[in-house]
Design a protein around this ligand. Structure first.
Ligand code: ATP
Ligand code: ZN
Length: 689
């Protein structure tokens, strides 16, 4: 292999490679490519970890896997396949999550470099913390469609993965989903909720019925509704009805009855909330009998169902609805009592059902209807994964690894992959400078601290632990004490503080100004949380982690590299993650894509790229805003919190087309923005020497 052949690499690099030990985290699209590159380069000692098994849909881009491997451990099969390229390599495979107590700081310390090839923020955050603790260089990578990014994370030298706030998940108020959809995605989210109500896990915040607590409609609906015998106006703001699933069962999942309920009766009910339609086009209820498709079902599946790029007619949607109801009903009836189906974009009837229902609803609200292909992309938050983007990204990862091994850290600047060449014909665009650590980062700063705006009267200790500390701040098993008193609020020891869990924060004297000391032993991570009490009114989040512009902006005196480099003129690098303003200049080919593709900056030259219609936003935010959606929060008719509907699954950054799907063009949508001024030079594309 390359490193064993003299002359391929400079001698110093050859030696470094021969004496190195690497960890690859993730054996998916990028991970497989990295592993293949590493073994071919002659890296002698590699460990690889992945928690997942191989799915059929992985095969078109994860070339270490073949059909016979479906269902087997990704890490183990990746190892076996890679060994065929180079049997001399020592590869250890773990079929496990990297977020596990077996992989503590000492585990990470074994490696010269850690290479991330992950697809979710939680795991990335965790590996980031472990590498900072172990002081091991981490090479972080990600792709989304044609865009890719590789960056080095090195304690004290560069930004860590959490130095800047990641954008919040795209969310919609429940009333938009339930009452006043205006975009295709609203209908798709509603249809996914309908699937769950009928066949999946029923969540309180996924109600699909008209929402009477909609502030816009409330007065009207409480006063003027005249169908109350049928629809029983409730206190809670929801139409009282038997549990949707039970009701569907009682009606034998009859397509006509269900269709009329969801697309006629409920819509008529919405129409009665006339306040809603003063400034909007009212929806059009539709009756099952009016849309039935008359076709010969005996001839097998109607052809249109496999035409994924076709927009189904209303009648076709109705036919699919009927068909899917039958299939899904059969599937759910095969399960044990209490079990439910899990919506999966790759499950034919589940995907068809959502496409059909979303389109019927879109028709009703006069919203553009979408093909199954498009709905799948939006519903599954899919940005098509492109094998070549992964391959190029993995190649850059290995080139960066060379630089790290050679200790050429200052040359290991982030690299962004673009769809189109910029004005200097670059497709791979390196950053001008290493991104320096944010002195206010709540992870890698000397004494990490955050301000937490939180409704201490409405947030229970249990929710604070689960929603704020674990879900938002990515701790694994935190201990929390009130700084001034030493009172233990949350303990990582089981049962020790169980009695506190149901208490509201203010009941434990956690009020405005109190400082909480949080400590995650496993991550070796300590954080001070300064409480700022807020009254969470309707539409207000229950809590908000403050990462304000000023807090996040590095102080100039702490940024020697940047200042030095600035002597050559203003930076053209797009460190908008720090400054939170998008500046476009000569090689402003990069712009942050907010939301899930946290790892990806998209190329822009005279345009910002928006990928897919899940509306990636091109503006970064200063504040992480996360709302709690605890079910036990009292929701009154007059005052309620916003309901959050995540359209983005954190676990999905890139996705793949079904192998049975036609491969269409990447759904890349461009939004034109002002053309940048051109006056800066550029750097060369990666140079390993
Ligand atoms: N906590 C974790 N520990 C170990 N591996 C992880 C962890 N979280 C995610 N991964 C792995 O990271 C890999 C990321 O690869 P990729 O982005 O190609 O996703 P995929 O699941 O293979 O494909 P897709 O999501 O597009 O269907 C996956 O194989 C996934 O199992
Ligand atoms: Zn940091």
């Amino acid at each position: 292999m390359a490193a064993s052949i003299n002359g391929v690499f400079p001698t110093t690099l050859q030696e470094k490679i021969k004496n190195s030990k690497l960890l690859v985290v993730g054996a998916g699209g990028i991970g497989c490519e990295i592993l293949k590159n590493l073994v071919l380069s002659g890296f002698p000692d590699i460990e690889i970890i992945d928690l997942d098994t191989i799915d059929l849909s992985n095969l078109n881009r994860q070339f270490l896997f073949h059909r016979e491997h479906v269902g087997k451990s990704k890490a183990r099969v990746a190892r076996e396949s890679a060994l065929q390229f180079n049997p001399d390599v020592k590869i250890k495979a773990y079929h496990d999550s990297i977020i596990g107590t077996d992989y503590g700081v000492n585990f990470f310390k074994k490696f010269n470099v850690v290479l991330n090839a992950l697809d979710n923020r939680a795991a990335r955050n965790h590996v980031n913390r472990m590498c900072l603790n172990a002081d091991v260089p981490l090479i972080e990578s990600g792709t989304a469609g044609y865009n890719g990014q590789v960056e080095l994370i090195k304690k004290g030298l560069t930004q860590c993965y959490e130095c800047t706030p990641k954008a919040t998940q795209k969310s919609f108020p429940g009333c938009t989903i339930r009452n006043t959809p205006s975009e295709p995605i609203h209908c798709i989210v509603w249809a996914k909720h309908l699937f769950n109500q009928l066949f999946g896990e029923t969540l309180d915040d996924e109600d699909i019925s008209p929402d009477l607590a909609d502030p816009e409609a409330q007065e009207e609906s409480l006063n003027s509704h005249n169908d109350e015998e049928d629809l029983k106006l409730p206190q809670s703001g929801n139409v009282v009805r038997v549990n949707t699933r039970q009701w569907a069962k009682d009606n034998n999942y009859d397509a006509g009855i269900l269709f009329n309920k969801f697309f006629n009766d409920d819509i008529k009910y919405l129409l009665s909330m006339s306040n809603l339609w003063k400034t909007r086009k009212p929806p059009r209820p539709i009756q099952w009998n009016n849309v039935l498709l008359t076709q010969d079902k005996a001839n097998g599946e109607p052809q249109f169902k496999r035409q994924y790029h076709k927009i189904w007619s209303l009648a076709e949607c109705a036919a699919v609805f009927e068909d899917c109801l039958k299939n899904l009903r059969m599937n759910v009836e095969k399960l044990n009592e209490g079990d439910f189906l899990v919506w999966d974009k790759d499950d034919q009837p589940a995907m068809d059902f959502v496409t059909a229902c979303a389109n019927v609803r879109a028709y009703i609200f006069e919203i553009a209807r979408k093909s199954r292909f498009e709905v799948k992309s939006m519903a599954g938050n899919i940005i098509p994964a492109i094998a070549t983007t992964n391959a190029i990204t993995a190649g850059i990862v290995v080139l960066q690894t060379f630089k790290v091994l050679l200790n050429d850290l200052d040359k290991s600047k982030s690299v962004y992959m673009r769809l189109r060449q910029n004005s200097r014909q670059q497709l791979l665009v390196p950053e001008k400078f290493l991104s320096v650590p944010n002195p206010n980062c709540y992870v890698c700063a000397a004494e990490p601290a955050i301000h937490l705006r939180i409704d201490t009267k409405r947030m229970r200790i249990k929710e604070f632990r689960d929603e704020v500390l674990k879900k938002t701040l990515n701790m694994i098993n935190p201990d929390v004490i009130i700084d001034s008193k030493g009172v233990v609020v949350i303990s990582s020891e089981e049962d020790e503080t169980e009695c506190n869990e149901e208490k509201f924060m203010n009941e434990m004297d956690i009020v405005d100004g109190v400082i909480l000391k949080c400590d995650d032993f496993f991550q070796n991570y300590e954080l001070s949380i300064i409480i700022v009490h807020i009254d969470s009114e309707r539409e207000c989040p229950l809590f908000e982690v403050m990462a304000t512009k000023d807090q996040l902006k590095p102080k100039e005196e702490n940024v020697p590299n940047k200042r030095e480099n600035m002597a050559d003129g203003p930076s053209t690098s797009k460190k908008i993650r720090l400054n939170q303003t998008i500046e476009f200049s000569d090689d402003d080919d990069l712009c942050i894509i907010e939301e899930e593709n946290e790892c990806v900056k998209a190329e822009t030259e005279d345009a910002c790229v928006q990928i897919s219609e899940t509306e990636m936003v091109t503006k970064a935010t200063n504040t992480m805003r996360i709302t709690s959606s605890s079910p036990d929060k009292p929701i009154s008719a007059v005052k309620r919190k916003i309901k959050v509907v995540d359209i983005i699954d954190d676990d999905v950054v890139t996705e793949i087309l079904d192998s049975d799907e036609e491969v269409g063009p990447t759904k890349v949508k461009r939004t034109r923005i002002s053309k940048p001024q051109s006056n800066h030079g550029s750097e060369d594309i990666i140079n390993i020497d």
